[in-house]
Design a protein around this ligand. Sequence first.
Ligand code: ZN
Ligand code: ZN
Length: 237
Amino acid sequence: MIRQKYPLKWNKENFSIKIFCSIPNIATGILVKADKTHFVVDPGDGILRDLNKEIGTQNILNISNLFITHGHHDHVGGVWALLTYMRVMHKQSPLSIHFPKGCIEIESIYNAFKKVYNKTLPYNIHLKIINDSRSFKSKGVMVKPFPVIHKEYLHDGITTRQVPAVGFKFTYKGMKICYGGDTAYCEALVKNAKNSDLAVIEAGHEDETPDDMHMTLEEAKMIGESAKQYFLVHVPE
Ligand SMILES: [Zn+2]
Ligand SMILES: [Zn+2]
């Protein structure tokens, strides 16, 4: 088992993941590389700083896809900065943003961004709404989204509701990385994490009583151990 001490890095041949950060209610930031392809997953606050340090401006402009698991601020807080930086630095190639259907945070950030910069945007943004678990290929990487269970409190602090939330499995040349995002224990994650080369599993629950927002350490470990290697992330500090 590998406990979190950020950044977390894993690679197999030319397929790699670097988790700059994954702290509940603060920030997440993940870079997936497959040869020259750069994907960013859950660009939370600080992602622009971390990417600049890691891959530099030119490779930031080469990022082709953003993958958003859900709209909580610790997973999308850096989207505006990233989109704006790409504009200022004259990105030319298109950017696809994948996010679960109904994720109003991404829709709203995109709409506001278009409103401010529409006339001066040097690159195209394609919104890719995830509505099912169908796999798709992008830049030679097979991407499989899967639904997860992740709830949030309403104003009363008692009632909860499910938020649009997914995990992603990335497969490149037969190598598999599974990232569940924020999720309670769920079968879709169990299935996708199993036999992955790397599973990135959240253990965000505060104590050991299972609920429908995050996983306990025990639940997360159980799923992680079904993969060849795993990271536990999003553990409360
Ligand atoms: Zn989170
Ligand atoms: Zn969340």
